[in-house]
Design a protein around this ligand. Structure first.
Ligand code: PEP
Length: 257
């Protein structure tokens, strides 16, 4: 059975006090169950504090939203995978479309980040996805395949299996427009076929592929009904405990392949 995962990306939101009430609400009831894993990605400065909450909620896993492509040195403002590992962080989002488009992250930089994470025993949550013009010009599959090739396909199968993939169509991130379950399934199936070609069908069958892009409590169950959707990377809705809890519950209800 493939892993079922719901990951929340808080992005650059919440004061410490707001983060505390959200974390308290997440910890109060254990939302995980029936095998669903919960990952939360707060801003860097809350990582150590959030990781300490695992004493109360061992099912909570913590992710960074970014890391440097270097392990140490004169890189003012950067945070390395070595540092994240020393805080007990489990995962790191890599290749989020905001990092690609606003901060100019390229496939080469992402491949280096993936390497630093794996060397430090952190799991990359590797994001891929097309823009609206790319979809409208029917280049969505080619775009996603190129992103996988540039950022991930230098890995051997063993290393690839330490990664979580997230298909996040850029036109659906933070827009309130969600991919239809048919669009999501088509792309997840495509990604699995590309993984299968490069590695093996067995390896491709074990990699969790999350959907991301305006997932809410009201559309989660439909998206999770797709056989190749193994969970979600959630932005806006992860800032509301009730909403996030309902998304986790929708994943719990799925009897996965
Ligand atoms: C994201 O930032 O990865 C994301 C999917 O955001 P949202 O759920 O707000 O669209």
């Amino acid at each position: 059975m493939r892993r079922k995962i719901i990951a929340g990306n808080w992005k650059m939101n919440l004061t410490l006090q707001e983060a505390e009430s959200l974390a308290d609400a997440l910890i109060k009831d254990d939302f995980t169950g029936n095998g669903t894993e919960m990952i939360v990605a707060p801003p860097y400065i809350y990582l150590q504090w959030l990781a300490s909450k695992r004493k109360t909620l061992p099912n909570l896993q913590v992710a960074a939203q970014n890391c440097s492509e270097h392990n140490a040195g004169a890189y003012t403002g950067e945070v390395s995978a070595v540092m994240l590992a020393s805080l007990g962080v489990n995962y790191c989002i890599t290749g989020h479309s905001e990092r690609r488009s606003i901060f100019g992250e390229t496939g080469t930089m992402l491949a280096a980040k993936v390497n630093r994470l794996l060397e430090n025993k952190l799991g990359p949550i590797f994001c891929c996805g097309e823009t609206l013009p790319q979809r409208e010009s029917k280049r969505h599959k080619e775009t996603v395949k190129d992103q996988l090739q540039d950022g991930l396909f230098h890995l051997d199968a063993l290393s690839l299996e330490k990664c979580i993939l997230a298909y996040e169509p850029v036109w659906a991130i933070g827009t309130g427009v969600t991919a239809s379950p048919q669009q999501a399934q088509e792309m997840h199936e495509f990604i699995r076929s590309v993984l299968s070609e490069k590695y093996t069908k067995e390896v491709a069958g074990r990699i969790p592929i999350l959907y991301g892009g305006s997932v809410t409590a009201s559309n989660a169950a439909d998206l999770f009904s797709c056989p190749d959707v193994d969970g979600a990377l959630v932005g806006g809705a992860s800032l509301k405990a009730d909403e996030f809890k309902k998304i986790l519950q929708a994943m719990n209800s799925k009897n996965h392949a």
